[in-house]
Design a binder for this molecule. Structure first.
Ligand SMILES: Nc1ncnc2c1ncn2[C@@H]1O[C@H](COP(=O)(O)OP(=O)(O)O)[C@@H](O)[C@H]1O
Ligand SMILES: [Mg+2]
Length: 372
């Protein structure tokens, strides 16, 4: 799929910017803090329904403005669409496709499919489990609006349950409400668990294949287990019942601590390379290759599941990678993918590929095509 045209209104540092995009490589060039990452983030918002780098969606609204609008014209499997994504200061999000408002709660339409590579990807491998949960969530949200819905419902219910738990520390009241939250939480949890399990099983194979392309000796494994005894091969109802049972069992403990101590929000994905725990013992090189392999596997997985080729967003990755990994990334570009790549330094590129179509220069909140 490709984005032919992108327009940003009161979004981040852009008051009004508009550009057409090339169907293959687009090199976005500009100094520091001019809005290169912001531009890629806007495409990622269209694909995920929210920002991966903002704690609240409202953060992307240009300071002092009421709402941000991201508008695009896309072609997907031979059909054209117009998509509008609107984020209001009051937190409300609206998605319109071909002028028709989409029902729902800001879950992505699934029309724009994109994969982002950034220097932060190393965190998936090196840092805490929340980065690995974000990774798997970003992948699954794009293939299933049901997953997006249950994840949002789970997190919202969790916040409500936790504040209720805190209020129960002193005096026992509203136990009925707790029962209701538990039921609601368990239903969402069982969907998340089962979808994560099925997704990881497939991604693991694809990631290992990508790992071995770059580094033939290595074997990348991803293992996923909930943080309590739970058989995920059972059906949804049974997983839900088992989760409810555990909530009951841990209730006193949870009240004493004022938090829900287990569940998908505590999931860990353990990455190993040739049976070595990558996070603790992996070499810098193994960690970098694995992070790259995971993102490449995301492309493969989305392609398989959705039968569309995602847009490749490469945020400032050229300077981070060595020649070998850079080449393996650039090989992807031959696969007929649209790519938006940001850089402060154009000299990484062969002058032959730099045409007036491919370079977008960003300056003072404007995007100028052919800016060389
Ligand atoms: N909501 C916002 N409103 C206005 N400006 C913003 C907003 N959020 C971020 N910015 C500005 O965007 C700039 C950073 O843009 P970014 O895309 O990260 O830069 P880079 O080109 O280095 O990737 C900063 O100067 C920041 O002040
Ligand atoms: Mg940046």
């Amino acid at each position: 799929m490709i984005i032919q045209e992108l327009e940003l209104i009161d979004y981040r540092n852009y008051s009004h910017a508009h550009t057409e995009l090339d169907s293959s490589l687009n090199i976005i060039v500009g100094g520091n803090a001019v809005g290169k990452t912001n531009l890629l983030e806007s495409v990622r918002i269209l694909s995920l329904g929210s920002s991966y780098r903002a704690s609240s969606d409202r953060e992307v609204i240009r300071w002092g403005c009421d709402q941000a609008i991201i508008h695009c014209r896309i072609v997907r499997r031979g059909k054209s669409y117009q998509m509008d994504f609107q984020i209001h200061r009051n937190g409300q999000k609206r998605i319109r496709v071909n002028q028709v408002e989409r029902q729902g709660h800001g879950e992505p339409e699934g029309l724009v499919v994109a994969v982002l590579f950034s220097p932060d990807d190393l965190k998936i491998v090196k840092e805490g489990p929340e980065y690995r949960r974000d990774y798997i969530d970003q992948v699954l949200i794009q293939i299933s609006s049901k997953y997006a819905y249950f994840r949002k419902r789970y997190l919202r219910t969790l916040t409500q349950r936790n504040s209720l738990l805190k209020s129960l520390m002193g005096e026992r009241k509203n136990l009925d409400t707790l029962e209701a939250w538990d039921q609601y939480l368990a239903e969402a949890a069982s969907h998340i668990y089962r979808m994560r399990r099925a997704g990881i099983e497939k991604i693991q194979k694809l990631a290992n294949r990508r790992m071995r392309e770059i580094s033939p000796q290595e074997n990348l494994q991803i293992s996923y287990t909930p943080n309590f005894e739970l058989d995920l091969s059972e059906d949804g109802k049974q997983v839900c019942q088992a989760f409810l049972q555990q909530l009951k069992q841990e209730r006193e403990e949870d009240i004493a601590r004022g938090i829900t101590s287990f569940g998908p929000h505590r999931d860990e994905l353990v990455l190993t390379v040739s049976d070595i725990d990558l996070r603790t013992y992996g070499s810098q090189g193994q960690q970098r290759t694995a992070a790259l392999a995971l993102r490449m596997a995301e492309i493969d997985f989305l392609r398989e599941e959705l039968e569309v080729t995602p847009i490749l967003l490469l945020d400032d990755v050229m300077s981070e990678l060595d020649k070998e990994r850079r080449e393996s990334l650039m090989r992807l570009l031959r696969d007929d993918m649209q790519c938006l790549l940001t850089t402060t330094n154009i000299s990484y590129f062969d002058p032959q590929i730099l045409t007036s179509q491919t370079v977008l220069e960003i300056k003072n909140g404007t995007i100028r095509r052919g800016g060389l």
